[in-house]
Design a protein around this ligand. Structure first.
Ligand code: ADP
Ligand code: ZN
Ligand code: ZN
Length: 720
């Protein structure tokens, strides 16, 4: 093959920081920056991204590329720039960043084109169809439904393909590319209360230019209503809107509200096929999608005309990706809004300390909603001192009485504990043997239906033995409480009350989960037992009691973020109580009723708690006051990761405050030993300079090895 003098530099989807140069064979046009190209790489053929044309320092003997896959920039200029920023900020290989952004279906050598659904339009022709009643019915259907319909809509309405073809053959309908008009469901739009009115007015003042706002509003204060009004405004101007939510399966009501209000809102959820995902991506890029609702990765969608980003429940940890490109969708949203010069709205009842500090320092506007919309009252909080109490499946006698009282008054009761399974440990009362995962060294959780010991880190399963595998003298017993056990205990105490258990084990089927939520919303007295899945965004109007079985663990953990996380969880789950006419109560069982963090949260509220936490972070020099990064290393061998991290520590002394090497919170997962180094710098610039030195050091002294894997996490979330 002869080649022209043209060359191209590409990023390949491999964990390599290097970029690679290729020549352009005669007959191929030089790709533009951002275009996908097929290149030979080793013995493989990869889809790479063009990052430079004719780089001045390219080698003279280069392999030719195989093909140019796009005429234009596949990402669009703005998203392409964001990719470069992501690679630098997270110190992640550019090729892998592009690989993360591209929908799976676009990583193959396919043309990126939008497929129009087959759509038919009624023409002005007439025909006598008295002898073809089915065809007549279809023509009538067109007349009554507005004249434009998609083939899928027709089939759903019961018209067979043959009938469609028959009337098309007579010229009564013709194919069209116009989309059928969507039905705008008449939904009741509430009149904003005075607080909402002020907040909305403040937001509308800053619709041009970068304007980040923290919408700090208690649960049920009408934040979603504010989003809807603001979006209405932007849609009227023809702008696109992106709404990020933590988990779509858990917030079907939020999505339904958007669809009701606007007739149409695209949703990026996990049930889409790769092809559907790509179609949504392309339509957003072309500007065909007005509102996109999605989880974390939706922040990496291209838009033609984005006018607003909303991050709902901005404190939620699911916005942080925990492997590969470890980005925070919330932080990327801020960067993107800044690049685009558009407003951004972070909404929550329990702001992350990061966002709260930004609001306090004036970088974000701090907008507050302090009352529940629609007049519902906030629940009252009570601590239940359980020192010296005997608990039955996690429930003290006073708590049983309180539950009984609420059920007797026709209320629903939500029992919260953050542990799924039956019991977190299974041990021998004679010799002390405990079931632990042979791959991870962590206790295995006992599950009852079906009976199994399951490792929650690597999902390894074993059958529980009826006699102790160590001494054989007694049968092991279940210690501690998981949701299955609490549910069993509650069912025994309240056999006539319907009970719904909601955790990751009970909600594997989405349909079943929806059925459960439907039943709960009917409002009959019922008990709901579940994990944090119950804390997120649900509106169960008849819950009058929220019982937290144990809040203590989170306030005395080694993880510096644990108090923040626990407080958010308590406030969020408490927010499920008393959302309608009847006031709610929150009861928290505790062995530490005087714990200052717990008392401050209960008596003074989240903001006061969070302000005290911020002061404590400030004193300790922790995020959000100083930026942090984490290096993790893992190997089957214990010595290797420690030696690797110790070497880094020595090389980087002086650049950072360094903690470790220390074992990762779960030291062994799937037979790999995991260690970590935490790096704290005085400012972002220092952090980035130090991380560049760290990468150079690794590149120089630690060649890629199959025995040792390492990763870098900038702004890590789970560190202890
Ligand atoms: P949040 O997002 O803060 O939890 P929502 O927007 O979901 O709050 O509002 C909570 C409930 O109050 C919803 O049922 C909503 O329809 C209703 N609501 C919101 N604003 C108003 C209002 N101004 N008047 C009456 N009801 C309202
Ligand atoms: Zn034993
Ligand atoms: Zn395991």
């Amino acid at each position: 093959m002869t080649t022209s003098a043209e060359t191209v530099r590409v990023a390949v989807p491999r964990p390599l920081h290097a970029l690679f140069d290729y020549s352009i064979p005669d007959g191929l046009a030089t790709p533009v920056i951002g275009a996908r190209v097929a290149v030979p790489f080793g013995r493989q053929r990869l889809t790479a991204i063009c990052v430079a044309r004719n780089p001045p320092d390219a080698h003279s003997t280069l392999k030719p590329i195989h093909a140019v896959l796009d005429d234009g920039n596949a990402f669009g200029d703005e998203l392409y720039e964001l990719a470069s920023w992501l690679a630098e900020y997270y110190h992640h290989p550019l090729g892998e960043v592009f690989g993360t952004i591209l929908p799976v279906a676009a990583r193959r050598e396919v043309e990126l084109v939008i497929h129009h659904p087959e759509t038919w339009q009624r023409t002005d022709k007439c025909a006598d169809l008295t002898r073809a009643p089915k065809q007549q019915a279809l023509v009538d259907h067109f007349e009554s439904e507005g004249g434009v319909l998609e083939a899928t809509q027709l089939r759903e309405a019961g018209f067979k393909r043959a009938i469609i073809r028959a009337i098309a053959g007579k010229g009564l309908i013709a194919p069209t590319t116009f989309a059928p008009p969507r039905e705008q469901l008449a939904s009741e739009v509430p009149v904003l209360n005075s607080e909402q009115t002020l907040v909305l007015a403040a937001l509308i003042e800053h619709l041009d230019g970068f304007a980040p706002s923290l919408l700090d509003g208690i649960t049920g204060s009408g934040k979603t209503e504010i989003y809807l009004r603001l979006i209405e405004r932007l849609r009227a101007e023809g702008r696109q809107v992106l709404v990020l939510v933590p988990e779509i399966a858990l917030t079907p009501q939020t999505v339904a509200r958007f669809q009701q209000r606007f007739g149409v809102a695209e949703v990026l959820h996990s049930n889409l096929t790769a092809g559907q995902r790509l179609q949504t991506w392309l339509k957003c890029k072309r500007g065909d999608v007005g509102i996109l609702i999605g989880t974390r990765s939706a922040i990496l969608t291209p838009f033609a005309n984005l006018g607003l980003i909303v991050v709902d429940e901005e404190h939620d940890s699911s916005f942080k990706q925990t492997d590969g490109l470890r980005y925070s969708a919330r932080d990327v949203a801020v960067k993107r809004a800044q690049n685009l010069g558009i407003p951004m709205l972070l909404g929550t009842a329990t702001p992350s300390l990061e966002s709260l500090l930004n609001a306090k320092s004036g970088r974000y506007r701090h907008l507050r909603l302090t009352r529940r919309a629609g007049g519902a009252e906030l629940p009252s909080f009570h601590l239940l001192d359980i020192r010296g109490h005997k608990l039955a499946d996690g429930l003290s006698v006073p708590l049983q009485q309180i539950i009984n009282r609420h059920l007797g008054a026709d209320g629903q009761v939500l029992v919260f504990l953050n542990r799924r399974g039956y019991a977190p440990s299974y041990l021998c009362p004679y010799c002390g043997w405990q079931a632990t995962c042979s791959q991870c060294d962590t206790p295995m959780t006992l599950h009852k239906t079906p009976p199994a010991l399951i490792c929650h880190h690597c999902a390894r399963r074993e059958t529980p033995s009826s006699s102790c595998p160590a001494c054989g003298r007694q049968s092991p017993i279940a210690i501690g409480i998981g949701t299955q056990r609490a549910a069993e205990g509650l069912l025994a105490l309240f056999p006539d009350t319907p009970l719904y258990r909601i955790d990751r084990d009970s909600t594997r089927s989405r349909r079943r989960m929806e059925e459960q939520f439907q039943a709960i919303r009917q409002g009959q007295p019922a008990i709901l037992v579940g994990t944090q899945m119950l804390a997120k965004g649900h509106h169960f109007p008849n819950v009058t009691l929220v019982a937290v079985l144990n809040a203590d663990g989170g306030f005395c953990s080694a993880d510096f973020r644990a108090p923040e996380r626990t407080a958010q969880l308590i406030i969020q789950v408490a927010g499920r109580a008393g959302r309608a006419q009847r006031p709610g109560q929150v009861w928290i069982q505790t062995y530490q009723p005087e714990n200052p963090l717990l008392v401050s949260l209960i008596e003074e509220g989240y903001e006061s708690f969070a302000t005290a936490e911020l002061e404590s972070r400030h004193r300790s020099g922790l995020p959000p006051y100083r930026p942090m990064a984490m290096v993790r290393a893992e190997s089957r061998d214990t010595a290797l990761p420690i030696a690797f991290l110790t070497d880094l520590r020595t090389a980087l002394a002086g650049e950072f405050e360094i903690l470790g090497p220390a074992p990762a919170p779960v030291q062994r997962i799937a037979d790999r030993n995991r260690y970590q180094l935490l790096l704290l710098a005085d400012n972002r610039r220092a952090l980035h300079l130090g991380l560049h030195r760290l990468r150079d050091k690794i590149a120089k002294d630690h060649p890629v090895s199959a025995n040792l894997r390492w990763s870098l996490d900038v702004d890590p979330y789970d560190t202890f």
